[in-house]
Design a protein around this ligand. Structure first.
Ligand SMILES: [Zn+2]
Length: 310
């Protein structure tokens, strides 16, 4: 018997690009509308505490067991449903996409009758990182005292590295290192005792990162010791000379310069490559004017546009 879901994949494969984009956007709208309908029902379910009657100790276990909602998503939805009960305007914001379940979860504990309108306005369309910083500024947590602890047992599961904002300009960074790295940190603390008497790992981390960034930038954009060939010869070679790389890098602010049709620029800063605006294979030159930074994904995407899919 034919699988109707597999048929959808085949159908999607046959769509022309504008129709594919339109349907994709329509499906995202539909998904949001369905999520809002779900929350309204869940809020009422929660108000009536129907999970108890159904034999579940918590609405969470009802959601994950009976409704088969994923665990990570169940807590977000329950928190959202409760926020919607207190502030029905939240449903509107979720429906129009200016708020999502992740950012709502962060904001929910801070919503009160007298501030919810202003807070919901402030996070309209904002990223998770922005909302995290905003929430930290609303209720600053005490700074974490610097500490290096030896773990007696390996943590269960993969340890999650964390960088969490504590207040407007303070971040808590937490990770686990091996014996060798811990020893290096001790050495650095001893050697820097005069400059950093407290041995603050944060200050040492900052110095180490500054040196690392300088080193990486120097290597990435290294000036070769070879004398520069005449300008014309450079332009007809695929090799990008260091002084050209630096100029392009600076002009494009070390960021992928791909701009979508709606004007949104890609924000990738890692694994950047030098892209020929007029393709090298079509006579485009290796000059500052004809080069532009691209992340590897966008560089490959543009190469495909010119040369077709490999
Ligand atoms: Zn990009």
């Amino acid at each position: 018997m034919a699988n109707p879901h597999a048929a959808r994949v085949d159908e999607a494969r046959r769509l022309a690009e504008p129709e594919l984009l339109e349907r994709l956007s329509g499906a995202a709208d539909g998904e949001r509308a369905a999520a809002v309908a779900f929350l309204a029902l869940l809020a009422e379910f929660d108000r009536r505490r129907l999970h108890l009657e159904a034999g579940y100790t918590s609405i969470f276990s009802y959601c994950t067991t009976v409704l088969r909602v994923a665990e990570y998503s169940a807590s977000n939805r329950i928190a959202a449903a409760r926020a919607c009960r207190r502030f029905p305007v939240v449903l509107e914001r979720l429906a129009d996409g200016s708020l999502n379940l992740g950012t709502l979860r962060l904001l929910a504990p801070h919503l009160e009758q007298d501030n919810h309108a202003a807070l919901l306005e402030a996070v309209r369309g904002r990223s998770r990182r922005y909302v995290e910083a905003m929430v930290a500024a609303l209720a600053p947590l005490p700074e974490v005292p610097p500490s290096i602890q030896k773990l007696l047992f390996a943590p269960v599961g993969a340890p999650r590295p964390a960088v969490a904002p504590l207040a407007a300009d303070r971040y808590k960074v937490q990770f686990t290192v091996g014996e060798a790295t811990s020893e290096k940190l001790r050495q650095a603390q001893d050697l820097l005792r005069r400059e950093i008497p407290s041995g603050d790992p944060g200050a040492i981390f900052d110095r180490a990162l500054s040196l690392l960034l300088e080193d990486v930038a120097r290597k990435k954009l290294a000036e070769t010791t070879k004398p520069r060939p005449p300008r014309g010869a450079e332009a007809r070679s695929r090799h990008v000379p260091a002084h050209v790389k630096r100029a392009v890098w600076l002009r494009d602010s070390g960021r992928c310069a791909f701009v979508a049709e709606d004007g949104r620029r890609c924000d990738a800063r890692a694994f950047l490559e030098f892209h020929h605006l007029e393709a090298f294979g079509h006579g485009g030159e290796t000059t500052v004017e004809n080069l532009s930074l691209r992340c590897s994904a966008h560089n490959a995407h543009e190469a495909e546009r010119v040369y077709g899919r490999p």
